[in-house]
Each structure stands twice: as structure tokens, then as C-alpha cells.
Ligand binder design. Structure first.
Ligand SMILES: Nc1nc2c(ncn2[C@@H]2O[C@H](COP(=O)(O)OP(=O)(O)O)[C@@H](O)[C@H]2O)c(=O)[nH]1
Ligand SMILES: [Mg+2]
Ligand SMILES: [Zn+2]
Length: 296
């Protein structure tokens, strides 16, 4: 048997596109996956047999997967690109914070991309960037191309997930990075009227520097999956210098007495707006966690 190894880059209705060495093969998944309740996922490395004249292509096994998200359904994610707009739509930094937490929770390096820099001055982009000490931030413009090379370098060799509000320019950026990508750019006015998303299913597109990108609608897992609130502080790199300095070992940096993170906020070493959103988030996670698991 001709057994190969490749990457699943698309899956629609039980039909998978597997990529190996520049060639795309259409495969089905072996029947026994269904019995085990597992399904190949976009991003998976798999063993497969390519289609022949007499047989369909078949995925045989899924190699161990890491860093997977359920929405978007992608595995082996190496970079999470949280995109906001410096112009319209108004940045939803709570969504950005949720995306950064999701990324760090699954062990993926996030980057914050401030797009549409052509519509804003440095002061406006800085007012966002300065809130994210410890997170790489890039100001870019899909329109002028500013910063796009730096972004492409950051993604090279990885599977990158683009996420963020509708209309911030995710598809436009991907089209810039990969001019023949052919993603459909949304018409903001028409779309707002009908409330539809241009980007539907998840598919990996090949990046010129090696690597893959998924263009996904913007939402965060935290809205759907309860997360242990105790893990939240570890998802804030700007808290790391103050670790172990709070009065209580199990300090969650909310209302506790003698909290070193709150002191850092007062001293201007952690951004107050980011911290306020953190408190909102941890209280929200508490609530969900309690509803799911009872008092803790
Ligand atoms: N001025 C400006 N407009 C942009 C830029 N990037 C995207 N747009 C526009 O923003 C709108 C939404 O872009 P799109 O890529 O569909 O956003 P998505 O929903 O995040 O994929 C389109 O009208 C784009 O032409 C940019 O860098 N500057
Ligand atoms: Mg789009
Ligand atoms: Zn604390």
C-alpha cells in the first residue's frame, strides 16, 4: 500500500483535502474513526493513501495533535493573530483579551495586529498597543501594505489563525500576504445591513513563507467553554514580574488585600483598562465555573 503523510487543510461534509509536497488529495476518513468518536480536523497531520483509479483516497490515522481550538476547529495552531481596526469598526478590546487568553491557554503564541493604520495616527494606535505589555503588537495596513512583511515573517512556518471582529480586515490582510489567496473581502455597508459573514467554513491557505493561515470569524472560546478561573492570571504576561509578591499565595488579583498586581496598576506598570477587563473576565469565569461545578 502507498501510505503517505500529509496535512488536512480542508474538511467539508466528510470529504477532506490532504496536502503533501505541493499536491492536494481528496480523501475520506477511515470508517473506524466514527466508532472511536474522533474526526480528522483541519490542521491535523495524518497518514493517508492517495486516491487511485479504483479506490478513494483514505485517511488512515491522525498523528498526535496539539494546540487545538474547537471554534474555529483547527489543530496544531502555532500563532493566533488577533486583529483589530484602528478605524472602523471600533476596537472591541474585551474580545481581543479573550482571544489572547484562548491562545495562551492552548499554548500558542498570540500577536495583536492593529490594522487600518492608514486611517489613524500613531497616537491612536499607541493607545491600543500600550495596553498590551508582554504581547507582540504590530500596526499594519492591508491597504498600503505597511507592516505586512513583518506580519508575514512572524507567521512563516506556522499554522496561524486570524481572529477578530467582522470588518477589521482579516481577509484583506491574508490577501496581501498571499496575493493569489482569493479570499472574499466583505463590503462593510452591505454586510452590516444583512448581518452575514463572508468567511464561512475553516480552510487553511498556504503562505508564501511556508506555513498556513486560517481566516476565521471572530469569537472566542471563552464564551462557550468554561475555563478554570485560577488559570486566568497565567494568561497575562504583564503579571509575571509580580508573581509570588501578593500577600496570599492563591491571590487572583481581584479584590484581595496586599495584591501586587493591583499595586502595579496603581504604579502604572500594568495598564488600568486592561486590568479592569481582566477583573470583569475573572468574575465572569467564576460565575460560569460555579454554574458548571458548584461552589469551589
Ligand atoms: N482603510 C483601510 N481599509 C481596510 C484595510 N483593510 C481592510 N479594509 C477594508 O475593511 C473592510 C472589511 O475588510 P475584510 O477584509 O472583509 O474584513 P474581515 O471581515 O475581517 O475579513 C473592507 O471594505 C476592506 O476594504 C486597511 O488596512 N485600511
Ligand atoms: Mg473576512
Ligand atoms: Zn494579587
Amino acid at each position: 500500500m502507498d501510505i503517505r503523510e500529509g496535512r488536512v487543510i480542508k474538511g467539508v461534509a466528510g470529504s477532506y483535502t490532504v496536502y503533501e509536497d505541493g499536491v492536494r488529495y481528496t480523501c475520506r476518513a477511515r470508517g473506524r474513526f466514527r466508532g472511536q468518536g474522533v474526526k480528522p480536523m483541519v490542521g491535523d497531520m495524518v497518514t493517508f493513501t492517495p486516491p487511485t483509479d479504483s479506490a478513494m483516497g483514505m485517511i488512515l490515522d491522525i498523528l498526535p495533535r496539539v494546540r487545538e481550538l474547537a471554534r474555529p476547529c483547527v489543530s496544531n495552531i502555532g500563532r493566533l493573530v488577533a486583529v483589530v481596526s484602528a478605524g472602523y469598526p471600533q476596537p472591541d478590546l474585551m474580545l481581543v483579551d479573550r482571544l489572547l487568553v484562548d491562545a495562551r491557554r492552548i499554548g500558542t503564541e498570540p500577536i495583536l495586529v492593529i490594522n487600518k493604520a492608514d486611517l489613524a495616527d500613531a497616537e491612536q494606535t499607541d493607545s491600543i498597543a500600550c495596553q498590551y505589555r508582554g504581547t507582540p503588537v504590530l500596526a499594519v495596513s492591508a491597504r498600503t501594505g505597511e507592516g505586512v512583511d513583518a506580519l508575514a515573517r512572524h507567521l512563516a512556518g506556522h499554522i496561524a489563525c486570524f481572529a477578530g471582529q467582522s470588518g477589521v480586515g482579516k481577509t484583506s490582510l491574508l490577501n496581501r500576504i498571499r496575493p493569489c489567496g482569493g479570499g472574499e473581502v466583505g463590503d462593510l455597508s452591505a454586510r452590516a445591513g444583512r448581518g452575514r459573514h463572508t468567511t464561512r467554513h475553516t480552510e487553511l491557505i498556504e503562505l508564501p513563507g511556508g506555513g498556513w493561515a486560517a481566516d476565521t470569524p471572530g469569537f472566542s472560546l471563552l464564551e462557550t467553554e468554561p475555563m478554570d478561573p485560577g488559570l486566568l492570571p497565567g494568561c497575562y504576561p504583564e503579571y509575571a514580574p509580580f508573581e509570588g509578591l501578593c500577600r496570599f499565595d492563591d491571590c487572583r488579583h481581584d479584590r484581595e488585600k496586599g495584591c501586587a498586581v493591583r499595586r502595579a496598576v496603581q504604579e502604572g506598570r500594568v495598564h488600568p483598562l486592561r486590568y479592569e477587563r481582566y477583573r470583569q473576565l475573572i468574575r465572569e469565569l467564576d460565575e460560569k465555573w460555579r454554574m458548571r461545578y458548584g461552589q469551589h
